[in-house]
Design a protein around this ligand. Structure first.
Ligand code: ADP
Length: 626
């Protein structure tokens, strides 16, 4: 028979599995049982929605068999089964979750990460098996097929006889080595404990013949071995149990196994709603961001169950994008089994649930913020960006939900602070919320404008993420206090007298500034003196809606649209350079023009903007120095 080849990516994953040094090899059983349960889910679902399929919940089960002599374990389910094409497609190609791994640059990473993070499904059986045989018959079809593989050199598919529908998977274990005793998996107690550990909440019975020795009837010291079929799992799904009967570690284990995370969740949320639409929800906030959170590959959503029957794996409609990091499930008797993906968006019940979940998640986050600040800080470092995007997106429709959940670094507190905290600390005469933008906290701290404002005793929020300023502009104000970028011109902390003085001074130097502007060109709209700088000679401020920081962000995007912030070159009125400039204006206008160019270049550098004519500027500097 012709050997068929695995797709190349599958081959690499397979190779990883076969040579795996992963110590937790027992998870292969969890993967097979979860596949079996999924297959039964599909057929059970049919039985509820298709009159022709006459099956009852009790008809379904998963059977385990051990054969010590032949070193095999057999996992049999009476689920939907696979036909020839499906065997080819599903077992010849690695699952989507596995391919994700290869799309990243992490190929050199240890296999531990792959297995832990993705739970690579069916192929994980190759960690323990030298040969895998799959016999399957699709429900409703006549012909059964046998798929077989001993690893990288490919697989075969042929017709075979099989009375039942569903799938039977036979693993022939590898020979024991010094490191691994695969024979352990032939022990009934070992298998029993693995099932209880990972698959306890599978809703169909997982049965196995267990040998137990019992007292022989009528004797007091003679034993005999009895074999009887036992159900190994508890079957009640964890979210249907009473919260007080479930240990934290059970929730954690459910989370790490189901979502293939190596870390316990930061928060477990259980929610039981009775009313117009009754449902149970079990939600998790991960303690770290998945590496693909901000990529197209990441799919948000919660599993949706209708009265214990899984209808959908990732129902996006249940979560707003900004809470897309939440994992978990919803089980409701009020959601119709027949609901299709297409009509989800309009479904009344689904919308009700989504709304109430949003409120619940928000509340839980607020509680975390109030009661466990360290945890919230960590949460925010992982997922804060998503919240800020949430404010900006959809034309600010959700800003009220999110405005109390976002934080920024504070110049005063030297750590993340909420807008509410900022406002309560505001100085009496302060009317606006000040912020500054830059690549890092350290760089912002060095901005000339920041120094000046801090010196006057005001608190400044440091915005380091490119979405930050867009989010604040969308918010417009917090409790009536407007946000002001201190690097833009509309900031006014002066007394009437100070303002008057500055105006006079600017008026007097008007002609000098015109000369200087002529030298710089039309990149700068205006030059003037400022009193808000402390030690720095110059700074660049922006005029209008587009700040210098926004210019940087938008121009770095791969679109043709380029924008330019309108800038003003401000000169520190108290800096010694002022005297020099005034002297030059009187005696040497050519030299003044050189100074203007150099000062402008300086201001750009401080702002983190490129200098477009570096050779000219360096030559000018040398010229001035000599
Ligand atoms: P995943 O479960 O993440 O999709 P797997 O590699 O475990 O990845 O399985 C690949 C596919 O093979 C499954 O999506 C399913 O369609 C099919 N499959 C696996 N086991 C069974 C089974 N016992 N019955 C029916 N189909 C199965």
């Amino acid at each position: 028979m012709k050997k068929r080849q695995f797709k190349s990516e599958s081959k690499r994953l397979l190779d990883l599995m076969i040579n795996s040094i992963y110590t937790n090899k027992e998870i292969f059983l969890r993967e097979l049982l979860s596949n079996a349960s999924d297959a039964i889910d599909k057929l059970y679902y049919l039985s509820l929605t298709d009159r022709k399929v006459k099956l009852k919940k009790n008809d379904f089960k998963i059977t385990l068999e051990l054969d010590k002599e032949n070193r095999t374990i057999t996992v049999t389910d009476n689920g939907i089964g696979m036909n020839e094409e499906e065997l080819e497609k599903n077992l010849g190609t690695i699952a989507e979750s596995g391919t994700l791994f290869f799309k990243t640059e992490n190929e050199k990473k240890k296999d531990i990460d792959v297995i832990g993070q993705f739970g690579v499904g069916f192929y994980s059986a190759f960690m323990v098996a030298q040969k895998i045989t799959v016999i399957s018959k699709k429900y409703g079809e006549e012909q059964a097929y046998l798929w077989e593989s001993s690893g990288v050199d490919g697989y075969t598919i042929e017709k075979c006889d099989y009375d039942n529908y569903g799938t039977k998977i036979i693993l022939t274990f590898k020979e024991d080595t010094d490191q691994d005793t695969y024979s352990d998996f032939l022990d009934q107690y070992k298998i029993d404990s693995i099932v209880k550990k990972y698959s306890n909440y599978i809703t169909y019975p997982i049965v196995m013949n267990m040998e137990r020795s019992e007292l022989k009837e009528g004797t007091s010291d003679e034993y005999e071995t009895k074999i009887s079929e036992e159900t190994l799992n508890s079957m009640v799904p964890i979210w249907r149990k009473n919260k007080k009967d479930v240990k934290d570690e059970d929730y954690n284990r459910f989370y790490t196994d189901t979502y293939h995370d190596y870390e316990n969740p930061a928060k477990v949320i259980t929610y039981n709603v009775e009313g117009k639409c009754s449902y149970k929800a079990l939600l998790f906030i991960p303690s770290h961001a998945p590496y693909d959170l901000y990529t197209k590959e990441y799919k948000k959503g919660l599993s949706l169950y209708s009265n214990g029957v899984l209808i959908m794996d990732k129902c996006e409609e249940l979560l707003p994008d900004y809470f897309g990091f939440v994992k978990g499930l919803v089980d409701s008797e009020d959601v119709s089994l027949n609901i299709s993906r297409e009509i989800l968006q309009q479904d009344y019940q689904v919308n009700l649930i989504a709304k109430s979940l949003e409120t619940k998640i928000k509340k839980e986050l607020e509680t975390m913020l109030k009661e466990d600040r360290d945890k919230y800080d960590n949460f925010f470092k992982n997922f804060g960006m998503q919240l800020k995007f949430g404010i900006y997106n959809d034309f600010g429709m959700h800003k009220d939900v999110l405005k109390d959940l976002i934080m920024f670094y504070s110049s005063k507190e030297k750590k993340l602070t909420t807008l509410n905290e900022y406002v309560t600390r505001m100085k009496k005469d302060q009317e606006k919320i000040f912020y500054a933008c830059g690549e890092t906290v350290d760089k912002i701290d060095l901005l000339p404008q920041v120094e000046g404002i801090k010196d006057k005793g005001y608190e400044v929020l440091y915005l380091t993420e490119y979405v930050d300023e867009f989010a604040l502009q969308m918010l417009m104000d917090y409790e009536g206090k407007q946000f002001v970028n201190i690097c833009s011109e509309n900031i006014d902390l002066d007394s009437e007298e100070e303002r008057k003085n500055l105006e006079d001074k600017n008026e007097k130097s008007k002609d000098m500034f015109t000369t200087m502007l002529g030298a710089i060109g039309n990149e700068v709209k205006e030059i003037r003196y400022t009193n808000k700088l402390k030690n720095h000679p110059v700074c660049l401020t922006s005029k209008g809606q587009v700040s210098v920081e926004m210019e940087k962000v938008i121009n770095s995007m791969p679109t043709d649209e380029k924008i330019k912030a309108e800038t003003i070159l401000e000169i520190n009125e108290n800096h010694p350079i002022v005297k020099k400039l005034e002297k030059l204006y009187k005696n040497d206008k050519t030299e003044l023009e050189k100074y203007a160019k150099v000062l402008y270049a300086q201001a750009r550098l401080i702002e983190g903007l490129p200098v477009e004519n570096p050779t000219e500027i360096t030559n000018l500097i040398c010229d001035i120095m000599s």
